[in-house]
Design a protein around this ligand. Structure first.
Ligand code: ZN
Length: 576
């Protein structure tokens, strides 16, 4: 067998799944972010694929295979040839035609279905593939978690109308739930932002893990869950007696704040709390500067700000722009006396800041004792802050919990984003031409493998759930020079194979300690140890990797016992 294990933790691997995939001989690095899957690793990948395939088929999906290499022109029609930027692997053929290695397949799926679809009678359709994808990540890391070449399942739904799309979407939601349950993964389904794929509505399936790259907030009381970048803030009530506030006497006064460079410096210098600060952040939205006001202990959520402003591009303003807008060096921006009349948008919490501190739009100066509605106002008040753990749930008010998550699946409603640009239309019952309504649904197959390992491992190695284990059982004779032990082990191995159990025989001439270490590292769910002491009583030891319990079982019944054990574990996972 080709299963080269490693004793040492490879130095380039930072997280358990990456370390264990290398150590357990599942894969080897070909170059940065690109891996060869060795036999053990590839067996696990194929099992994860098969679970996903069965659940796609159960919902009426049809498997096909698009090419990994794609023509540039279809990407130019949707504008994504530019939008994808450096993340897309681009190349030219010998005739000079531009091509790419597919980072995803919305365009190709749309034109393929478009060319064969005329009538409403041909809809709906659900097609999917399990395909290698390519993304030239700036910083590939964590092994297959963020790789440049990886395996993904992508499904595309084509429906007549929004109601039809909703049905397809729900089918996929159910398929995902079943598929991840069968893999043994524990996950949270969150409302998410759509990013480069675009669309109107979407969910992510996140496996909770400390090594996850995405922040999640969730409510244990009502079940609300969202990615940090998507989470809505709980409504902040209007400040009490707002009209009379305007009549309040202003307590504002400008004070010198020399040698104050950071927010922390300022808080220390003035002896105020961060909640008294009102930060004024200057952004450039579609080429126009805007100011965003947010409480000092908060951060602006640029996704929300972009949505609130309805702009296509948004970035923090460069120092020159800030100086032009405020008439002061960077660090002293404030909503009073800006040099340019620009749109000011405030987060609702700013309205509640009492005895506040703002920049004075002059070097080394701040204004203290300010209050919204008395000393300054904004053109618009909108939720533009990043929600964090401890904030109130936007649905029920309970404090939110925070977690890190690994995104293993994503559901998008695309509407007509691709069908309108690529002319995917059909004739409805009245003979009217309409755009097809689409959805796109991805599962990161290789990332699932890493997520499973993150959830199922200990100091000794991987603890595979039975459904995705590379093999169910290892038969381990302690001493292969003992003919009786070897004979018993070999016959157990072939009996188990006949019973349909996936089984490995460790007949290497190695010390028992080495064999046990490898068995635990690779994580076979069941280990059958054949040793002299047990055989003297006609028994072998059956051990479970999870929990570590062992049982002595008579030789006659050993194969049946083990195969029943395997079958009951598999049944448990498939019933979920
Ligand atoms: Zn709640």
């Amino acid at each position: 067998m080709f299963m080269p294990t490693l004793r040492e933790v490879p130095s380039e691997a930072e997280i358990p799944s990456h370390q264990l995939m290398l150590r357990a001989g599942m894969m080897r690095k070909a170059m940065s972010g690109v891996y060869s899957y060795l036999p053990l690793g590839y067996r696990v990948i194929r099992k994860v694929e098969q679970i996903v395939r069965e659940e796609m088929d159960r919902q009426g999906g049809q498997e096909l295979l698009f090419p990994a290499i794609q023509p540039a022109d279809i990407w130019k029609l949707t504008g994504r040839w530019e939008d994808y930027g450096g993340e897309m692997f681009r190349l030219k053929d010998r005739g000079g035609r531009e091509l790419c290695l597919g980072p995803t397949h919305e365009e190709l799926a749309t034109i393929t279905l478009r060319d064969e679809t005329r009538s409403y009678r041909q809809l709906p359709k659900l097609v999917y593939q399990i395909q290698t994808k390519f993304r030239d990540e700036i910083r590939p890391r964590f092994g297959v978690m963020r790789a440049r070449e990886f395996i993904m399942k992508d499904m595309y739904s084509f429906d007549r109308d929004d109601e039809g799309c909703e049905v397809s979407y729900r089918k996929m939601y159910e398929a995902y739930r079943r598929a991840f349950d069968r893999m043994g993964l524990h996950y949270i389904v969150v409302e998410a932002e759509s990013g480069a794929i675009g669309g109107t509505h979407n969910h992510e399936f996140m496996v909770v893990s400390d090594v996850g790259e995405a922040g999640i907030v969730f409510c244990e009381a009502c079940g609300y869950a969202a990615s940090e970048e998507r989470a809505d803030a709980a409504a902040v009530p209007e400040p009490e007696s707002a009209p009379s506030l305007a009549a309040d006497r202003s307590h504002a006064r400008t004070i010198a704040t020399p040698d104050v460079r950071t927010i922390d410096d300022l808080i220390g210098f003035l002896g105020v709390s961060p909640r008294q600060m009102v930060k004024t952040m200057v952004f450039v939205a579609d080429g126009e500067p805007v100011a965003a006001l947010i409480r000092g202990d908060r951060d602006v959520n640029e996704v929300k700000l972009r949505r609130a402003l309805g702009c296509a591009s948004l970035e923090l303003a460069a120092p020159e722009v800030i100086e032009e807008v405020t008439g002061a060096p960077v660090g002293f921006a404030g909503p009073i006396g800006l040099k340019q009349a620009i749109t000011i948008i405030a987060d609702p919490e700013v309205l509640h800041v009492v005895d506040g501190v703002i920049g004075a739009n002059a070097a080394d100066a701040h204004i203290v004792g300010v209050r919204y509605g008395v000393d300054f106002t904004a053109h618009r008040v909108e939720d533009i802050r990043i929600v964090v753990a401890g904030d109130e749930c936007p649905r029920c008010g309970t404090p939110l919990k925070g977690a890190r998550g690994i995104e293993v699946g994503h559901l998008f409603k695309l509407g007509t984003k691709y069908s309108s640009r690529l002319d995917a239309r059909y004739l409805d019952e009245a003979g009217q031409e309409r755009s097809v309504i689409m959805g796109s649904y991805g599962i990161g197959i290789t990332r699932c493998v890493a997520a499973i390992i993150e959830e199922y491992h200990d100091a000794d190695g991987i603890i595979w759930p039975m459904s995705v284990a590379p093999y169910h059982v290892i038969v381990l004779p302690l001493n292969t020079t003992d003919e009786q032990q070897l004979k018993v082990a070999e016959s157990l191995h072939s009996e188990l194979e006949k019973l349909g159990v996936e089984v490995v025989l460790d007949d290497r001439d190695e010390r028992p300690g080495v064999k046990f270490k490898d068995a635990d590292l690779i994580g076979f769910p069941v280990k059958v140890t054949v040793g002299a002491r047990g055989l003297a009583q006609c028994r072998v030891e059956v051990g479970l990797r999870r929990g570590g319990q062992t049982t002595m079982v008579g030789l006659d019944e050993a194969a049946t016992y083990v195969s029943e054990l395997v079958r009951s574990e598999l049944a448990l996972l498939s019933k979920l």
